[in-house]
Design a protein around this ligand. Structure first.
Ligand SMILES: Cc1cc2nc3c(=O)[nH]c(=O)nc-3n(C[C@H](O)[C@H](O)[C@H](O)COP(=O)(O)OP(=O)(O)OC[C@H]3O[C@@H](n4cnc5c(N)ncnc54)[C@H](O)[C@@H]3O)c2cc1C
Length: 480
């Protein structure tokens, strides 16, 4: 019998595997695909030499993550942290630009500059406390209550109908709403406001970085470390039930809650199974990757410097398009999240050429092909874009699920992100990673602290398994 098995090699499965192997355990990591990474894969999806991120592309959460900081991610993988964290072009050639430098951002926002400063400065000044507050369970008493109150008051303001009260023009609110829409949900709401303020604060702190070569570099660094500490990786193994695995003392699932219910079945209590059933998915994404002959001809030239761009127009337009998705419709002029990593990283495309990654929000399980809608929305802010397209590759929401079973219906968050589902992820418990089945843990984005590439879910689950089954007290310092 081996010590531990991890099913699934997304950032959380890999983080759990690294943590367990570094504690001296015999660990096997099993993955259904032929490469490791889950949401960290990078591949030639369009033409030879164009390297596209299949899922995640931009990594504010990884750069801020205590797990990745302890792991020394940026010493193992070269990162590019751009001066422009994100940009938001508007009709008529205007654009909001969020610089790494908060004061430079404030200077560009005209009459709303001071409002932006007073929103973000108290958060960026205490970014470690904000990261600690949001990077674990919502249920815990905050280590720094003053900072928690300051964050909570801002979330209440931006998550309520008062959200426009501090702004006098339309650029700053649009800039903020573009970040809020990283969560699929209607705005104003507490969940989208909490995300906007957290990611917005990272934009003026560690930044919105890109690993050179694409997100796969992060997965490869974790897998290399795991192997160097004696870990074994089995690829192309679609796990269906416990009989597909070697016997082991503990098993950690970097999977969906549906898979957990099928895998463990009757060894889970009826109450726990009911909670899993009640845990609901959010809406999905539909994505297009483009190979381009030239950089995107943005009407506002400053947008060309931004590897991350939010489209969709003013705050009210984005809010309306997100409402459409919530009502089960694909909007005509949706919010589009765009990344153009090759403007900073020449390894992503042949010389002079470019890759572009873009997705929209769509209803759960939608079969809508977003290629024309996304092309039209980019053309709106970059006339001539269509002429630069050499090739494209599309993933409907259903195909997002086919690519990774954890993303059911195209839900890339591992379950809807609402305040209720951040508290109960997937159950209300001081140890939500633990299941009622002996030695079985859930470590995916369906556990706290939720989605994004941060590895914390995997770290928390592995730390709990080490304590409960092996009497080992793991510390982040063990990862250095
Ligand atoms: C299109 C898209 C864009 C995104 N953009 C960003 C971004 O820019 N920044 C960011 O921080 N986050 C982004 N995300 C979210 C991020 O990728 C996820 O939150 C993160 O990958 C979740 O990690 P995880 O380890 O929980 O699961 P995943 O990364 O989903 O990995 C789960 C792994 O488990 C494997 N698996 C599942 N079931 C089984 C089974 N039965 N047998 C064997 N293997 C199994 C899967 O094949 C997969 O490899 C994006 C996601 C998508 C899909």
């Amino acid at each position: 019998m081996i010590d531990a098995t991890v099913v699934g090699s997304g950032p959380n499965g890999l983080a759990a595997a690294v943590t367990l192997a570094r504690s001296g355990l015999e660990v096997c990591l099993v993955e259904r695909e032929s490469t490791v990474g889950g949401g960290l894969r990078t591949a030639e999806l369009t033409l030879p030499g164009f390297r596209h991120d299949v899922c995640s592309a931009v990594h504010p959460a990884a750069l801020a993550s205590p797990f990745f900081r302890a792991f020394g991610l940026t010493e193992r993988v070269p990162f590019i942290v751009p001066d422009v964290s994100y940009a938001h072009p508007l009709d008529g050639g205007a654009a909001g630009i969020a610089y790494l430098d908060l004061e430079r951002t404030v200077d560009g926002l005209g009459r709303d500059g001071p409002a932006w400063r007073s929103l973000f400065a108290p958060l960026t000044e205490h970014i470690a406390a904000i990261t600690a507050l949001t990077g674990s369970q919502l249920l815990r008493f905050p280590a720094d209550p003053t900072v928690a109150i300051s964050y909570a008051l801002r979330v209440l303001e931006q998550g309520s109908p008062l959200w426009n009260a501090r702004f006098r023009e339309h650029v700053a609110p649009a800039l903020l709403t573009g970040v809020a829409a990283h969560v699929i949900g209607t705005s104003p709401s507490l969940a989208t406001a909490g995300t906007a303020l957290l990611l917005g604060a990272h934009a003026h702190s560690a930044g919105w970085g890109f690993p050179v070569g694409g997100s796969q570099s992060i997965a490869d660094a974790l897998a290399d470390d795991f192997r160097a500490n004696g870990g074994r990786i089995v690829l192309d193994r679609d796990v269906r039930d416990p009989a597909d695995l070697e016997e082991s003392r503990v098993t950690l699932l970097d999977t969906s809650t549906e898979f957990l219910a099928r895998f463990a079945g009757e060894s889970l209590s009826a109450g726990y199974l009911r909670s899993l059933k009640r845990f609901r998915h959010g809406n999905g994404v539909a994505k297009v990757d483009f190979a381009l002959s030239d950089p995107v001809p943005w009407a506002n030239h400053q947008v060309a410097e931004a590897p991350t761009v939010h489209l969709g127009g003013r705050r009210s337009e984005i809010a309306a398009s997100e409402r459409d998705v919530a009502l089960g419709r694909v909007p005509d002029a949706p919010y589009v999240l765009v990344t153009q990593p090759s403007v900073l990283d020449p390894t992503r495309a042949p010389a002079g050429r470019h890759t572009l990654w873009a997705y929209i929000h769509v209803p759960y399980g939608s079969q809508f092909d977003p290629t024309e809608t996304i092309t039209r929305q980019i053309e709106r802010f970059a006339p001539g874009f269509r002429d630069t397209i050499l090739a494209s590759a599309t993933m409907t929401a259903n195909e997002v699920e086919a690519n990774n079973a954890n993303d059911a219906g195209g839900d890339i968050m591992g379950g809807a992100v609402t305040v209720a589902q951040l508290l109960k992820r997937p159950v209300l418990s001081p140890r939500p990673w633990q299941t009622p089945a002996a030695g079985l843990y859930l470590c995916s984005a369906s556990t706290p602290p939720g989605p994004s590439v941060q590895g914390m879910n995997g770290w928390f689950a592995a730390r709990l398994a080490l304590r409960q089954h092996f009497g080992i007290e793991a510390s982040l310092a063990d990862l250095a």
